[in-house]
Design a protein around this ligand. Structure first.
Ligand SMILES: CC(C)(COP(=O)(O)OP(=O)(O)OC[C@H]1O[C@@H](n2cnc3c(N)ncnc32)[C@H](O)[C@@H]1OP(=O)(O)O)[C@@H](O)C(=O)NCCC(=O)NCCS
Length: 177
């Protein structure tokens, strides 16, 4: 009960400071820092590279998340001053929902998403969340395998969840407490 109360309160405290830092992942040095609205232009370019010219999130979608009144954490990963990956999460009561994660194709399969999901999990713990959740395209076999490996379990399918391609989503949950 106390946990639920704490998370309900925290859902409306939207700012938590994440200290920018250098991070070595698989022998390369990256900078990890919070995303700002100045990054959006570069993030849209990154999305084009990741999703073969489709842009799942528009400028206004990024802005809505960055200025959301809900507690949230949006991180980006820089390599040689260019953004090559990002992750977003938003707290709602006792759940931290991963809204988006993407890694530039040239940097995939080197542990960056795993690292970012771990950062989000630490954040979820600090926010007294009990679960982490996310949606993933049914056809996204690689992402589903990664999430399973990290302890997420399939909970339900969400029919026609994605407008692009009219595809179902798989809703996955990981217990963090
Ligand atoms: C899904 C996605 C975010 C994963 O990002 P990633 O940085 O490649 O993920 P990781 O490197 O942490 O893990 C991917 C695989 O590489 C492996 N790996 C991690 N570090 C590694 C290393 N140093 N050397 C070799 N393999 C490694 C992981 O174990 C994992 O293995 P698996 O394929 O058997 O599951 C990325 O592919 C992506 O951006 N895809 C397009 C967008 C997308 O689908 N987003 C998810 C929407 S829900």
């Amino acid at each position: 009960m106390l946990k639920k109360f704490r998370s309900a309160i925290s859902a409306f405290h939207h700012k938590e400071h994440y200290a920018s830092h250098e991070q070595e992942i698989a022998d390369k040095k990256y900078t990890i820092r919070e995303m700002t609205s100045d990054d959006i232009k570069e993030l849209l370019q990154l999305e084009r590279a990741v999703y073969a010219d489709e842009v799942p999130w528009t400028r206004s979608a990024f802005l809505a998340e960055l200025y959301s009144r809900y507690t949230h954490l949006y991180l980006c990963v820089l390599y040689q001053n260019k953004i090559i990956a990002f992750i977003g999460t938003r707290v709602f009561f006792d759940d931290a929902h991963v809204t988006h994660v993407a890694v530039h194709p040239q940097f995939q399969k080197s542990g960056i998403a795993s690292f970012l999901l771990q950062e989000v999990e630490t954040f979820a713990n600090r926010q007294h969340c009990q679960t982490l959740s996310l949606e993933v395209r049914m056809s996204n076999i690689d992402a589903k395998r990664l999430y399973r490996k990290l302890g997420y379990e399939a909970q339900k399918s969400l029919p026609n969840y994605y407008r692009i391609g009219n595809e179902d989503a798989l809703y996955m949950v990981k217990k963090v407490k």
